[in-house]
Design a binder for this molecule. Sequence first.
Ligand SMILES: Nc1ncnc2c1ncn2[C@@H]1O[C@H](COP(=O)(O)OP(=O)(O)OP(=O)(O)O)[C@@H](O)[C@H]1O
Ligand SMILES: [Mg+2]
Length: 256
Amino acid sequence: MSLLQITGLRGGYAAADEIVKGADLKVEAGEIVALIGPNGAGKSTLLKLIAGLLRPSGGSVRFKEQEIAGLGAPAISRRGLSFVPQERNVFGTMSVAENLEMGGFIDGAHARKRMAELYERFPMLSEKRRAAARTLSGGQRQILAMAIALMNAPDLLLLDEPTAGLSPRAAEELFGTILALNKSGVAILMVEQNALEALSVSARAYVLVQGRPEHEGRAADLADDPTVRDLFLGGKAQPMLRGNGDSSNKGTGDFT
Ligand SMILES: Nc1ncnc2c1ncn2[C@@H]1O[C@H](COP(=O)(O)OP(=O)(O)OP(=O)(O)O)[C@@H](O)[C@H]1O
Ligand SMILES: [Mg+2]
């Protein structure tokens, strides 16, 4: 039995407008899986349906052998599935420490211990614990966003475009951090626009096209697949796949 097993998942923002149209997908315990696809394919929507931020209109989401489709985001998070959204994933005016506390509200008793562990894992966060989140660099903010999600010690982390807006160098560093996190035992389902890099750190991948995973396989095979290459990894696509080269972090604004 897979850690996460999705069958025929459907849903969107309005009943009449289905974005995800019958998605099948799985993540094994400890696995790192990439989800790639063109703009507007429904990647973020799929993650929101899994995390309980949107209510599925059909299909099944089994996590640790229990049905979680239809549960709200807090209940899903308590079961060990954390989500880092594409945008507005830190509170800019709050300090690093306060941001982490927000992630620990679920499990107050263990929050202090967990924070200490995360400071040890990410010394940068410890050094900046009193700094407002908006003063962090783009890469540092993404680490903070992941650390918030790690406060409840998840078994599975959903990451929506963690390297969006980062410089190539910062993106590479962040991929290193994600890999290390995965090696520590956290399974990861990651949406990425840096498709080649995402495939290079992943075991398996799905290509989502118009709300359905159209291609699935070992990441290395997909990276070599001519159809996939033509669609997303074309010869001169490399600079584009790197994002817009802008390090102003439009994706990590403030909630307020
Ligand atoms: N909050 C929303 N309300 C209504 N429709 C939305 C909302 N967010 C996204 N959509 C629509 O859902 C469709 C899929 O969007 P989604 O954000 O899931 O795509 P994506 O694959 O994540 O794209 P990107 O690569 O640009 O992040 C798009 O047609 C989009 O316009
Ligand atoms: Mg998206």
